[in-house]
Design a protein around this ligand. Structure first.
Ligand SMILES: Cc1cc2nc3c(=O)[nH]c(=O)nc-3n(C[C@H](O)[C@H](O)[C@H](O)COP(=O)(O)O)c2cc1C
Length: 421
């Protein structure tokens, strides 16, 4: 299996700048500056079929093409490294092991987009990642890969690291932009989308760490080779799957996009822990609906997972075994979103606590059939929230209703959790 992002990082130590250079690091940037126009770099990204790794899977080259090239004033690129979604730790692993690949990927993206000042928005608490990034930026500067007239070209670029004050909503791209501007991190109305009016009202692209880290390999290996590292012809590239829960090995694995759920669990995860059997998982961070044993053959790629009723999301897989009470698990996840609602819109601020109270009632044996109906209504109603936080929060609730209706029924009829917890 081809590795792109975690290649050369198996010691677990952070790769030094010299080590990165010795395995071809920054060759893609040098080639692009010497031989390619910005439009050609963007075209390679379009041809690769790269889809954003931050959760929504939006095609990266297409997103870049929305940025107007003829407007006066600066344009910006922001790397989203907020990563507060429960179950997701892939960006941290990458930044702790190879921050240089992100610096090079951002330099290539900035060249393609005509950006001369870019930002990396790092999650509160990711101290080592921020230290590594600052050191990587300094080393790239010293070697002429950042700063004025990079490698003698007329392309200049500065990168800055910004550490978040620490709220989940800061990962939503427009709230992130507000936070970077020093404002309260509420989401903004869209449209206008950031590509037209973003940071300081200027065209801005927001991309995830993993998305940007793939750009050097697309330029070096070519879009067709890069696309072909996936497991199916429909998928493109590899994916970082970070696994937690009741499997034998909980790690961040780089695997071909489109590998099936069963292959991930039985392969790199080493199966379930002794005495455990697979009951369900969250496939892509806590805001994605559950998948069950019936979904073992589903290719872990954006469209097949959506067809199976869930979302690939971030690739943060949380595995639950046969002892898990899915009502309690869902309540636990919902409590996170209640705490992290930014309070900007009523459906999210008032709706999520109401959903949590309803789940609490059911979980503690005080629920009724009407409470199940209330959950069903709220899955629909919270779609009308201002941003995607509340609809995402309802992902596990929707999955609970659709896949574990029998467990909910047992709670309201038996007045007691069948798992005795
Ligand atoms: C509540 C919320 C939190 C988010 N958190 C993150 C995050 O931590 N990292 C991330 O890359 N995207 C996050 N996103 C998605 C971003 O808004 C945005 O779509 C993404 O950074 C785009 O990058 P991509 O196109 O490379 O996937 C979040 C979205 C929402 C609604």
């Amino acid at each position: 299996m081809e590795q792109i992002l975690l290649k050369h990082t198996h010691t677990g130590q952070c790769l030094s700048f010299d080590e990165y250079r010795s395995v071809g690091g920054f060759d893609a940037l040098a080639t692009a500056l010497r031989e390619m126009t910005p439009v050609e770099v963007q075209q390679q990204v379009i041809d690769s079929g790269l889809r954003g790794r931050g959760g929504a899977g939006f095609p990266t080259g297409k997103k870049w093409s929305f940025v107007p090239r003829d407007l006066p004033g600066p344009r910006y690129l922001i790397c989203n490294s907020d990563e507060m979604e429960p179950g997701t730790y892939k960006d941290r692993v990458l930044l702790e092991r190879n921050p240089h690949i992100l610096v090079e990927g951002m330099a290539l993206a900035c060249y393609a987009l005509g950006v001369h000042h870019a930002f990396i928005f790092v999650r509160h608490g990711y101290e080592q990642a921020a230290i590594n990034l600052r050191a990587a930026i300094a080393a790239a500067h010293r070697s002429g890969f950042l700063g004025d007239n990079i490698l003698g070209s007329d392309f200049s670029l500065e990168l800055d690291v910004h550490q978040s004050a620490g709220r989940y909503i800061c990962g939503e791209e427009t709230a992130l932009i507000n936070a970077l501007e020093g404002k309260r991190a509420n989401p903004r109305v869209k449209p206008p989308f950031p590509a037209i009016k973003g940071l300081w009202e200027q065209p801005t692209v927001v991309n995830n760490v993993e998305t940007l880290a793939n750009i050097p390999a697309i330029i070096t290996g070519g879009p067709l080779w890069w696309k072909g590292t996936a497991a199916t012809p429909e998928a493109a590239g590899t994916k970082l799957f970070c696994v937690s829960g009741h499997v034998a090995n909980t790690e961040c694995f780089e695997l071909p996009l489109g590998i099936t759920l069963g292959e991930i669990i039985d392969g790199p995860c080493g199966g379930m822990r002794p005495g455990s059997s697979f009951k369900a998982c969250i496939p892509g961070g806590a805001s994605t609906p559950y998948m069950t044993g019936a979904h073992r053959d589903v290719p872990m790629d954006f469209d097949p997972v959506a067809k199976a009723g869930s979302r690939l999301g971030t690739g943060g897989i949380i595995v639950f075994d046969h002892t898990t009470c899915m009502v309690a698990a869902t309540l636990n996840l919902t409590r996170f979103y209640v705490r992290e609602s930014c309070g900007w819109c009523t459906p999210c601020r008032e709706g999520l606590p109401f959903v949590a109270h309803t789940l609490e009632r059911i979980e503690t044996g005080r629920g009724t059939d009407r409470d199940i109906e209330i959950l069903r209504e709220h899955v629909k109603m919270l779609n009308y929230a201002f941003c995607a936080l509340a609809p995402g929060a309802m992902g596990p609730v929707e999955g609970l209703l659709r896949l574990f209706g029998d467990e909910l029924e047992a709670h309201v009829s038996g007045k007691k959790c069948p798992f005795g917890k």
